[in-house]
Design a protein around this ligand. Structure first.
Ligand code: MG
Ligand code: MG
Length: 248
């Protein structure tokens, strides 16, 4: 069942979105060759707690950190720690915060210093695919209109969208109905209504769409070792169109 949020609840979700967005920006500003993913995690946790908010991922199914930090061929759910970032890496950072019981969820991929043309193109296409998906989040559109738009942009750029992990409804729980795939056939699925709030989060691979999990039980990598990028926003469907909540 898709839980509809009232305008007042959407306003409350804006604050969780704002805290998430600022934390991500602060992490992005700190990304440079030589910093560890653990240091970036500490920056995010400190900011989130300074706002009276809680990290959404810490302790979620036992996840041990505030951020998911996924480097290069890592797709999602990488665990921050001692890994040192190198010039030319790309780093996907996923961040969530809880304020007054409501969740915000957002992700971005950052370049570490100068990156390859392929990495730059992958990041740009992933971000553009997210924007294309968000543009479909209007009343009377269909759920799969979102994923179809994401897939079209990613594949037109020569990349592939991950199938095994998808976006989701979000509100008083981080993961609510429905699942929001980043692929599919336009015109299918639930009709979108004002008050629906989704986290849309394309994970786009430079090579094939297949992924596998590492032995740490969390980190997801591309099966072929190709680069992967991840962009995510939390967005409300309103009468006036999509409203991105994970912004400052
Ligand atoms: Mg996320
Ligand atoms: Mg999410």
């Amino acid at each position: 069942m898709i839980v509809l949020k009232s305008p007042v609840e959407i306003e409350m979700m804006r604050e969780a979105g704002r805290v998430t967005a600022v934390a991500l920006r602060l992490v992005g500003e700190a990304v440079r060759p030589g910093i560890t993913t653990g240091e970036l995690d500490a920056i995010a946790e400190e900011y989130i707690r300074s706002q009276g908010a809680k990290p959404a991922f810490l302790g979620y199914h036992g996840f041990p950190a505030t951020l998911c930090t996924s480097v290069n061929e890592q797709v999602v759910h990488g665990i921050p720690g001692k890994r040192i970032l190198n010039e030319g890496d790309i780093l996907s950072v996923d961040c969530g915060a809880v304020v007054d019981g409501f969740f915000g969820d957002s992700a971005m991929t950052f370049p570490v210093g100068m990156v390859s043309a392929e990495a730059r193109a992958l990041m740009d296409a992933t971000q553009t695919s997210l924007e294309a998906g968000i543009a479909k989040m209007r009343p009377n559109m269909r759920l799969y209109d979102i994923g179809a738009a994401v897939q079209q942009v990613a594949e037109a750029a020569g990349f592939s969208v991950v199938r095994e992990y998808v976006g989701h409804g979000i509100g008083r729980a981080m993961h609510e109905d429905p699942q929001v795939p980043n692929f599919g056939q336009a015109g299918r699925g639930a009709q979108l209504k004002p008050g629906m709030v989704f986290a849309v989060e394309p994970m786009v691979n430079a090579g094939g769409f297949e992924v596998r999990s590492l032995d740490d039980g969390w980190t997801v990598v591309t099966a072929d070792g190709s680069l992967s990028a991840h962009f995510e926003h939390t967005i409300a469907v309103t009468e006036d169109g999509p409203v991105i909540l994970t912004v400052e």
